[in-house]
Design a protein around this ligand. Structure first.
Ligand SMILES: Cc1ncc(COP(=O)(O)O)c(C=O)c1O
Length: 396
C-alpha cells in the first residue's frame, strides 16, 4: 500500500477544483502585481484599506525598536508583553465588554473558544454556511454537532429542542463567501430561551459594520447577554494579523485556563500588537472609510444589477457574483484577468456544489473610477460565457 497522491491531484484537476497560489509581488491594495502582471484587484479582505497604511507601518517599526520582533514564549510563560495587554484592553473597550483575549489568528481563536467551552456530553449547533474554522472547531470539540439551515431560527429551534448538556450556538456574523449577515436578534432570542450561549465570529463585520466599526453586534445594538462569546479577527479590516475573543471576565479566564490553541503557542510579535493598536485607532476614528465603502457598494450593486448579474443578498463589502458551475466561474475570472482585473473564483468545497461564484470584495482604498472599470470589464466578459446556467437562472 502507498499513498496515491498523484491520483488525488489528478482527480482534483479533472473536477476543475485544483487550487493555485497567485504570487503577490507588491503590497496589498487595489493596484497589485501578481505573477508578474499589474492588476486591479477586488479580492482581498482589507476592507478599510489599512494593510499598507503608513501610520500603521510606522507604529510597527517603532514597536520593533522598542519591543524587538519576537514574542519569545507563550503568553503563560513569558510571552505576554505590554503591547499585547494594551491591545486587549483597547479591544475590550471597542466591543464594550469586560475583557478581550488576543489569539495568533482567527482559526485558532475559533478552535480555542469552542473546544474550551463544550466537549463530550454537550451540544454545538452551527449555521451550515459557517466558516471552515468554526465547523472544524465543532467537530474537534467532541460535543454533539449539528448544522442548522442557513440563518434559520426555526431550524435552530428544532435542534435546540434535542440539545443535551451545555449548548453553544455558533454563527459567522457576516458570512464570508456570501456577504449576508446573521439574523442575530432571532438567533440570540432562540439561544437565550433555551439557556444556550451564542458565539459570533465577526471576522468580516469588524470595521465595515456598526457606527464605530464595532461590527454586527454594534449594528444590531446587542449586548453581552445576547452574544456571550464574540470573536474578531485582525487580518481583515484591521489590516494586520491575529484575532481576539471578547466577553466576560469568567469567559476570558476560562479560555486562559483551557483553550489549548491559546496556551500552547508563541505569542504574536509585540510589534504587531503596536501596529494593530494604531489600526484600531484609525478604524474607530476615520469614519470616511466606512462612508466611502457604503457608496462603492451601492455603485457596484446598481451597476451589476443593470448588467443582469446574479448578486447575493448582501450590503457588506463582500459582493459575490453567483455563477453556479465551477468551470464557468473560473472562465469569467480568467477573462477578467486578461483585461487586467483580479477577482477570485470560489469553488467547492469552499462553497456548496453548484454555487461557484466570483467573490468580489470592495475596499475603502478603491475609487469610484476603479469600481466603474470593474463594471465595464464585467459588461464585456460576462456575455462571453454564453447563456446562464441553471443555478444563475434560478436565482436571477
Ligand atoms: C469567518 C472567518 N473566521 C475566521 C477566519 C480565520 O481567520 P484568520 O485568517 O485570522 O485565521 C476567516 C478567514 O480567514 C473567516 O473568514
Amino acid at each position: 500500500m502507498s499513498f496515491d497522491l498523484g491520483a488525488r491531484l489528478a482527480a482534483r484537476r479533472a473536477e476543475h477544483l485544483y487550487r493555485q497560489r497567485p504570487l503577490l509581488q507588491s503590497p496589498q491594495g487595489p493596484q497589485v502585481v501578481v505573477d508578474g502582471q499589474p492588476l486591479l484587484a477586488f479580492c482581498n479582505n482589507d476592507y478599510l484599506g489599512l494593510a499598507n497604511h503608513p501610520e500603521i507601518i510606522a507604529a510597527w517599526q517603532a514597536g520593533a525598536e522598542r519591543w524587538g520582533v519576537g514574542g519569545g514564549a507563550s503568553h503563560l510563560v513569558i510571552g505576554h508583553s505590554t503591547p499585547h495587554h494594551e491591545l486587549e484592553e483597547a479591544l475590550a473597550e471597542l466591543t464594550g465588554r469586560p475583557r478581550a483575549l488576543l489569539f495568533s489568528n482567527g482559526y485558532m481563536a475559533n478552535l480555542g473558544a469552542v473546544t474550551a467551552l463544550v466537549g463530550q456530553g454537550d451540544t454545538v449547533l452551527e449555521d451550515r454556511l459557517n466558516h471552515a474554522s468554526l465547523l472544524d472547531a465543532g467537530l474537534l470539540s467532541g460535543a454533539r454537532f449539528s448544522r442548522y439551515l442557513h440563518n434559520d431560527a426555526d431550524s435552530l429551534n428544532s435542534r435546540l429542542d434535542k440539545a443535551v448538556g451545555d449548548t453553544l450556538v455558533v454563527t459567522d456574523g457576516v458570512f464570508s463567501m456570501d456577504g449576508d449577515i446573521a439574523d442575530l436578534p432571532a438567533l440570540a432570542k432562540a439561544a437565550k430561551a433555551r439557556g444556550a450561549w451564542l458565539m459570533v465570529d465577526d471576522a468580516h463585520g469588524f470595521g465595515p459594520l456598526g457606527a464605530n466599526g464595532g461590527g454586527i453586534v454594534e449594528h444590531f445594538g446587542l449586548g453581552l447577554d445576547d452574544v456571550p462569546v464574540l470573536i474578531g479577527t485582525l487580518g481583515k479590516a484591521f489590516g494586520t494579523s491575529g484575532a481576539f475573543v471578547a466577553g466576560s471576565e469568567e469567559l476570558i479566564e476560562t479560555l486562559i485556563q483551557f483553550a489549548r490553541p491559546y496556551i500552547y503557542t508563541t505569542s504574536q510579535p509585540p510589534a504587531l500588537a503596536c501596529a494593530t493598536l494604531k489600526s484600531l485607532e484609525l478604524l474607530r476614528s476615520e469614519h470616511w472609510r466606512r462612508e466611502h465603502l457604503v457608496r462603492l457598494i451601492k455603485q457596484f450593486r446598481s451597476g451589476a444589477e443593470q448588467l443582469g448579474l446574479t448578486l447575493m443578498d448582501s450590503f457588506t463589502p463582500i459582493q459575490p457574483i453567483l455563477i453556479g458551475d465551477a468551470d464557468r466561474a473560473l472562465r469569467l475570472s480568467q477573462l477578467l484577468r486578461e483585461r487586467g482585473l483580479m477577482v477570485t473564483a470560489i469553488r467547492p468545497p469552499t462553497v456548496p456544489a453548484g454555487s461557484a461564484r466570483l467573490r468580489v470584495t470592495l475596499s475603502a482604498a478603491h475609487s469610484e473610477a476603479q469600481v466603474q472599470l470593474l463594471l465595464n470589464a464585467l459588461e464585456q466578459c460576462y456575455p462571453l460565457l454564453g447563456p446562464k446556467d441553471a443555478v444563475e437562472s434560478q436565482h436571477a
